[in-house]
Structures are given as C-alpha cells and as structure tokens.
Design a protein around this ligand. Structure first.
Ligand code: ADP
Ligand code: GLC
Length: 481
C-alpha cells in the first residue's frame, strides 16, 4: 500500500475559498484505495464552521522551534467519506475570520509554520508517507525543508514530493533577509537557482526547484506557464524543468454536483428531462432574486471570485451595451471592491435585469448553475476552472475565453457540423467577448433546437475524476517505484 499525503491550505468540506478546496476534497476519494492510502493535512482555522470542528479529535501536541520561538503544534484528526484529514492546530497562526489575510508577511510566516509543522507531526501520527503531494505556494517549503533539515533522520529519508500549481499568480514572496529569519533556512538556499527570485525569497519557487515532479491543472496551462505572458516570472524555471512538468485536468465531484440529486435545487432534473424541468429552476431564481419573471429571457450566470484573473474588466467595459440586449445577468461572488461595486451599480441601474449577489453561498451557487441558460467566464488566465465543468454538467452553456483549462474543457459550438458544448473567443478583448455572447443569444433565441442539442452534448460529457485520478496514480507509481 503506497502512502500519499496531500498538503494544502484549504479543502472541502472543512474550508473553501475557491477551486483548490474542491480538488482537495474530491481527488483523494477517487484514488484507488486498493493501492493507495491517501490522507490530507491542512491548518485548523478558527474560522472553520463549528460543526466541522466538532468532527475533529485531538491526537497529540508538542512544541516546535520556529522563528526563534518554541511554538505549540497541536494535531487533530477527522475522517470524512473514508479519507483521513489531519489538522495542524495553533490558534496564534490560524486565527481570523478568513483563512487568508491581506498581510503578505503574515501569510508567509503562517504558511512557513504550516510547512515545518506538517513535516514535524508525521512521526507522531503513525503515517510515514511515501510521497507528499503539495498544492500551491502555501506548501512550497515542504520539499525545501524535506531536502534540508529533515534529511538527517531515517524517518524522512526518501520521501518524494510533487508540487501542483493551481495558480501561479500567488507565490509567497518577501525579502530574503526576513524569510531567512522566519524559516531558519541557511544562506545556501537563498541563491537565484533556489529560493531567490528577482531579489526576493519565493516559497513557490522553492517547491518548484525541489519537488520531484511538478504538475498543473490542465494541459494548456502547463504550456502557457512556460511563456512570458503567463509565467509570472517563473517561466524560465518551468522551461528548465519542463521534463518534470505535466498538466492533469481537474475533475469535479459528481456526488456534490449532480442536478438529479442536488438538495439545493427546487427542481431536480437530468439529461433526459431538462427541456421541461430546468426552466422551473430559472423561474424560481427569477422570483427569488427579483428579476423580471420571463421564461424566454436569456439568463447568463456568473459564480466567481471577483478578481482580475476572471476577466471582469472586460465585463465592466461592456455592461451597458450588454444590458441593451434581451438578457438577464445573475452574479454571485466576492473579491476586489471595484468589481463588487461595479456589479452593485448595474444591479441598481438595471433593476429586474441584473442581480448582483455579493456574498458567498454554496446554495445560491447551485441555484445559479441550474437556473441559468449560459455561464460566463471570460478569464484572463485560468489554470483549470471548475465552474465551467459544473455549468456543463448542469446543462448551462459556458461562454469562455480560450485559455488554460477553459480551452481544454469547453468545445466551441460549430453550427455547420453541429458539434460543441459552449461558446468561446480567443483574444482578451471586450468586443470579442460581447460578440461571442451575442452569437450565443442568437442561437438561443432563433435556433432553440440547436441550443438544446448543445445542452445534450454538454450534459453527456464526463468530467468526473476518473481519468485524471489514474494519471495521478501513474505518476505516484513512477515516483515511488
Ligand atoms: P478559482 O479556484 O480560481 O476560484 P474555480 O472555477 O476552479 O476557480 O473554482 C471556484 C469554486 O468556487 C467553484 O466551486 C465555485 O462554484 C465556487 N465559488 C466561487 N465563488 C463563490 C461564491 N461567491 N459562492 C459560492 N461558491 C463560489
Ligand atoms: C485555482 C485556479 C482554478 C483551478 C483551481 C483548482 O484556484 O484559479 O483555475 O480550477 O485552482 O485547481
């Protein structure tokens, strides 16, 4: 039995801010239990729901040297759907109302602590992983610490590491002197071939240098990040390591996202009866959100973090023009103030037509995935994207920009060949986006049978973890031997 430990900063059902949590909550369940024992370690945040904390059991605690102090490291444990989760408990580091703060130095300190602590707990929990699968910059120091200070002991020797990039934009950077002080790592590590990157220390870079293999969450993004435009300054390193870098597309959890069993939906439906049943969810949503109650209106949904990454400057630029069309727009999201306010403004200006819901809600997200006709995701970059996969499964036709995972998972509609599962445009250009939305509108209004066939094809696609989980298994086998 090969032992794999997932290390991550968030995971469903304990804590979620974005797609990373979905992946951490769903991929381990789909790895073949006959050959692999996959467990997960993450911080125990004060902001986790009480009902989640109630599932955890105390395992042990000890003190660890960190940042010139002796710090408490508590270990908690919980089992969900057959997967064991470990939690690192320290109320000083993992306090606050959200898992992440805007204070960069604090984030570096907190996750450096997490990396060192998660390696330190292993001898106490009776689980020696053959491989630690690290996710995003928050876990970047795991391969680094493992190479250095934990190599002395027999216990750690030979543990392999994988670094998965879910988002290259976030790297955990701060000045070398401070990071050296916090991490306790010697000078040796702070050179341009290791943690140093344009004069700063970079936690993700450390992970990318020292991991035995690197993956990212779609084949296209794996190529894109080797270029200047998408490489976020690390394209040189990623080119150099391209032999160890591959893209494995994400899946979604079909137990969680299934229109046929979805407990959040007023009306459940499937690939056979959607023509009659899906519309009932649209009516319910229009009513709930105070939109004009009209079956025929082309309803576009957005469920997203409201950040630059997601292409909302294109949307902002085109809002007035878009709202002249016979459409409705439903937005659910939180993030940068400029986008929150932009959507609030248009909600006021086009009352009954635009609905801005600036909050986080699992339930509302499901209602939007089910109730809308189309789902808009004009991202500037998108490592994978799960929202479009969910939309496809709910028969809500994605309108996306052809980048990263969006390009790999949404097949553009071709009216001559009657193929495709969505609509897409290639350049990051507001007019291209608008004309693509309008093309979708035309098909919806004028060729409804064609539109429904797009839905047929979308709902028939399989984006479960099945195929991708096998690719991870092959990689684990290859690395562990
Ligand atoms: P990212 O990880 O970049 O945010 P993904 O498309 O991979 O993008 O995943 C986003 C996940 O977060 C999806 O499951 C989406 O439904 C969810 N989500 C985003 N914003 C909200 C929100 N305001 N309320 C509920 N769920 C949200
Ligand atoms: C990141 C990316 C998103 C991806 C998710 C899960 O948050 O922005 O594209 O789907 O991670 O891998």
């Amino acid at each position: 039995m090969k032992k794999i430990l997932f290390a991550a900063s968030e995971g469903v059902p304990f804590i979620k801010t974005g797609g990373l949590a979905d992946v951490i909550g769903s991929l381990p369940k789909c790895i073949d239990k006959r050959y692999f024992d996959v467990r997960v370690v993450m911080p125990k945040y004060a902001c986790m729901k009480q009902e989640m904390k109630d599932k955890m059991q105390y395992v042990t605690h000890f003190y660890m040297d960190f940042n010139y102090k002796s710090e408490y490291v508590g270990v908690m444990k919980a089992e969900v759907a057959g997967i064991t989760f470990y939690f690192i408990d320290n109320e000083f580091y993992f306090n606050g109302g959200r898992p992440y703060s805007d204070d960069g130095l604090w984030e570096i300190t907190k996750f450096a602590f997490f990396c060192k602590a998660l390696l330190s707990i292993l001898p106490t929990v009776d689980f020696r992983p053959d491989l630690i699968h690290c996710h995003d910059w928050q876990t970047g120091l795991v391969p680094v610490y493992l190479k250095e200070r934990f190599q002395g002991g027999e216990f750690y020797r030979g543990i392999k590491t994988v670094m998965t990039i879910h988002n290259l934009k976030f790297q955990g950077k701060w000045d070398v002197k401070t990071v050296k002080h916090i991490t306790g790592l010697p000078d040796y590590f702070f050179t341009p071939d290791k943690l140093e990157c344009y004069k700063d220390a970079n936690m993700l870079k450390g992970g990318l240098v020292y991991a035995d293999a690197i993956t990212t969450v779609s084949a296209t993004y794996a190529e894109e990040i080797k270029t200047d435009f998408y490489g976020e300054g690390l394209n040189g390193l990623l080119c150099a390591r391209s032999g160890s870098l591959r893209g494995i597309v994400n899946g979604i959890d079909y137990d969680e996202y299934n229109p046929e069993t979805d407990r959040f939906l007023p009306y459940q439906y499937n690939a056979i009866n959607f023509r009659k049943e899906k519309i009932k969810n649209k009516r319910a949503l229009q009513k709930e959100l105070g939109l004009e109650e009209d079956d025929r209106k082309f309803m576009i949904g957005v469920v997203s973090r409201l950040t630059d990454q997601k292409g909302f400057d294109l949307v902002a630029y085109m809002m007035d023009e878009l709202c002249r069309d016979a459409i409705q727009l439903v937005v659910l999201g939180t993030g940068e103030e400029q986008y929150e306010n932009m959507f609030r403004h248009y909600d006021w200006k086009y009352a009954g037509k635009v609905s801005a819901n600036i909050y986080y809600s699992e339930e509302m997200s499901h209602k939007i995935y089910a109730g809308c006709d189309a789902f808009l995701m004009p991202s500037l970059f998108e490592p994978c994207g799960l929202s479009q996969l969910i939309a496809l499964h709910y028969g809500t036709v994605p309108i996306v920009r052809e980048t990263g995972g969006l390009r790999d998972t949404v097949e553009p509609y071709n009216e001559y060949e009657s193929t495709g599962t969505g609509f897409s445009f290639s350049n990051y250009n507001a007019h291209e986006m608008l004309s693509t939305i309008r093309y979708a509108e035309r098909i919806y209004y004028d060729k409804r049978r064609e539109w429904n066939k797009i839905i047929d094809r979308a709902m028939a696609k399989d984006f479960s973890w099945h195929v991708s989980a096998e690719k991870y298994q092959e990689m684990y086998d290859w690395l562990i031997g």
